[in-house]
Design a protein around this ligand. Structure first.
Ligand SMILES: [Ca+2]
Ligand SMILES: [Ca+2]
Length: 107
């Protein structure tokens, strides 16, 4: 009888440990996704000129870049004319490229 209780106690302890590991694992995955919301797959398919991340490159992205330049929040990858600086000319370059595309859309 005492052995049966002990075995039952061990099974309960093991079940609790498994449940704790699952909860911890789910918590870690949830935390990781919250800290890193963009997955590697999304980075690879995302157009670097889609600055508002709406799935298309259009004049709104040029406006977003112009605002970033005004606020000194532009990133090095926003240097579209490759002159080593991110300025209003890069926003102009993006706008010009969009206009040349005739549909204004590049995916
Ligand atoms: Ca966009
Ligand atoms: Ca530039």
């Amino acid at each position: 009888m005492q052995g049966w209780h002990r075995r039952r106690w061990y099974i309960g302890l093991a079940s609790s440990a498994v449940a704790a590991c699952l909860i911890l694992g789910i918590g870690m995955v949830t935390w990781h996704r919250a800290e890193h919301p963009t997955s590697v797959a999304q980075v690879q398919i995302m157009n670097p000129h889609d600055l508002n991340a709406d799935g298309q490159v259009d004049i709104v992205d040029a406006l977003v870049l112009a605002k970033r330049v005004q606020r000194h929040e532009a990133r090095p990858e926003n240097d579209l004319n490759h002159d080593g600086l991110v300025t209003a000319s890069d926003a102009d370059e993006l706008a010009s490229t969009i206009v040349r595309l005739q549909g204004g859309v590049s995916r």
